[in-house]
Design a protein around this ligand. Structure first.
Ligand code: AMP
Length: 293
């Protein structure tokens, strides 16, 4: 599928629907990449896959106030629309949807979406209401764009698992594509928040992924998941100045302590630095056979 020559920036819901609806009726398929902007190669990988699979690629950039708690970094979240527009256009986005907060939330709604247990652990435990806000904005965006397929990164593995449940349980029309985490050369997961690390913290931060890899190796060598969590925590504690929010091994995608059939295992972590909090994870097969070691 070819990228269109020029990308269009759209700020209103009505305008976006006026553009997309006739194209949909004409049989074109839509790949959708929701983001909060300050784009990096992780986001652009989602675009690349959407471009490969669909006639039209819509990206949204919206720093969603509903998913930030009091005292979190909503105001400080990095933003650079012009740079984002250049990167999105070069990557093959056809329509960049950049709504203002008033456009998305013109009035306070008395209806809330409450995800269940899957959203209560990991980031959900430290960020109460975060995933309610994520699902709220996504339901709106899915209804506005009506995509055939939506692309999400495994970097936010809990978010992705909850979205898959949401789409399945509520029969939403979009399908969901999981995209592997894109990393810096030193292993640090690419994130818009990496620019908020102090230089010394940036040097230390690759230890997070090293710790996760070490945990995975240990598990395949026969170490229990409880011990794996300790190994990962020790490496992060010893090699960074960050404070561990959690290091947890759970079934994926259920995020249960017990394992369903054919489920994988996730080791997930969140680490707080001076001005930002980083998350990362690694997935491993729950079957310990030789090729996994
Ligand atoms: P954000 O702008 O941080 O809300 O992210 C928008 C989308 O990009 C989400 O689906 C993220 O999971 C995905 N994403 C963010 N960072 C990465 C990365 N390093 N690799 C792959 N996908 C990513």
């Amino acid at each position: 599928m070819n990228a269109s020559a020029t990308m269009q920036i759209v700020r209103s819901i009505a305008e976006l629907q006026n553009i997309l609806n006739p194209r949909k009726r004409g049989g074109r398929t839509i790949g959708f990449v929701p983001t909060m902007g300050f784009l990096h190669e992780g986001h652009l990988e989602l675009v690349k896959q959407a471009r490969r699979d669909h006639d039209l690629v819509v990206m949204s950039i919206f720093v969603n106030p509903a998913q930030f708690g009091p005292g979190e970094d909503y105001e400080a979240y990095p933003r650079d629309e012009q740079r984002d527009a250049e990167l999105a256009s070069a990557a093959g986005v056809d329509y960049l949807f950049v709504p203002a907060v008033n456009e998305m939330y013109p009035r306070t709604s008395s209806i809330r979406i409450l995800p269940g247990e899957q959203a209560a652990r990991l980031c959900g435990a430290s960020r109460p209401g975060h995933f309610d806000g994520v699902l709220k904005v996504l339901l709106k965006l899915f209804n506005i764009v009506d995509p055939d397929e939506s692309y999400f990164g495994m970097k936010d593995a809990q978010q992705l698992a909850i979205i898959e449940t949401f789409v399945r349980d509520f029969n939403l029309r979009t399908s969901i594509c999981r995209v592997p985490t894109v990393r810096e050369e030193d292993g640090l997961a690419k994130s818009s928040r990496n620019v908020r690390l102090e230089p010394q913290e940036r040097d230390q931060a690759p230890a997070i992924y090293r710790a996760l890899c070490m945990g995975k190796r240990s598990y395949y060598e026969g170490v229990s998941l409880k011990e794996v969590e300790k190994i990962v925590s020790n490496v992060i504690e010893n090699e960074t100045s960050g404070t561990i929010d959690y290091v947890k091994a759970l079934a994926y995608p259920s995020l249960d302590e017990s394992f369903g059939e054919a489920e994988e295992i996730i080791i997930a972590t969140a680490v707080k630095f001076t001005s930002t909090r980083l998350i990362d994870n690694i997935i491993m097969s729950s079957i310990k056979d030789e090729k996994n070691v």
